[in-house]
Design a protein around this ligand. Sequence first.
Ligand SMILES: [Zn+2]
Length: 324
Amino acid sequence: MRLELPGLFDLQVNGYGGIDFNGPDLTADRAADAVEQMRAVGVTRCLPTLVTSSFAQFARNARILARTTSTAIAGIHMEGPYLSAEDGARGAHPREHVVPATLDDFNRRQDAGGGRIVLVTLAPEVPGAVALIEHLVASGVRVALGHTAATPQQIGDAVAAGATLATHLGNGCPQMLPRHPNVIWELLAADTLFASLIVDGHHLPPATVKAMVRAKSPGRTILVTDAMAAAGCAPGRYTIGGLSCDVAADGRVSLPGTPYLAGSALSMDRAIANTVRFTGLSVDAVIPMASTIPASYLGTTTSGTVIAEWETETGELQIRRVTP
Ligand SMILES: [Zn+2]
């Protein structure tokens, strides 16, 4: 079945085609090359995502992204450093660079990024988080909750302060949780929060994806890749934000010697196909989760058109042609 879709929009991508947005070797040319390569898999706009690192490293790469002249870059997603310091909730973010949330620290980072930080993922239990959420929202920056072990009260306070997204819901939380209440149920039940999901088949089991999409509703579900530099590359060992990661033959990306996932090698076309398979929704119902919903969440639009073939037999989406 031939499909014409709006250009895909990825709110969370750490790198692509061997190029790491968090790496010390990032240049404006390499950043432009990465987003150009993403276009081949249908992504016409994205938020390159900078994870927790030293201020110097963050500022260097934010400056580079800010001066990368590509219309595909819709802004910067800052994931951290105001995150839970706990193992599990913290995920692959280095503990030594996790810091309290202050306006002063954010302003320094936003200055380095030339005002292009449009989305911040933080943990609501971090000291200063609620006050910072109020400030960010008032200044037009979207706030997402993630890498958190917050209590129901802390999540409620963050939502009241203006947070509007749960980042990669079901990941970036403690490995062991009480069955209820817990951070997943609270984020799922907060109706004003959109949820982003990593639907690579490794971060969330199929039944979890299906139940989450139904609970949140398709209109509040956003597909992200959370892809690291290895996306679009062969299996092997790669680096993100100075950390080593192993990419297995089945596409699972983990910290060497640990059970912790460290991003994905997912592409948006496969995220769409997996979501169709896991939820039973039609491909037409899923495509907005990867295009117009993330765009309108940010108050912007996607760009371009993707011509694709939906293989009904195999449940695969084949990207044929992309116009930016
Ligand atoms: Zn994350």
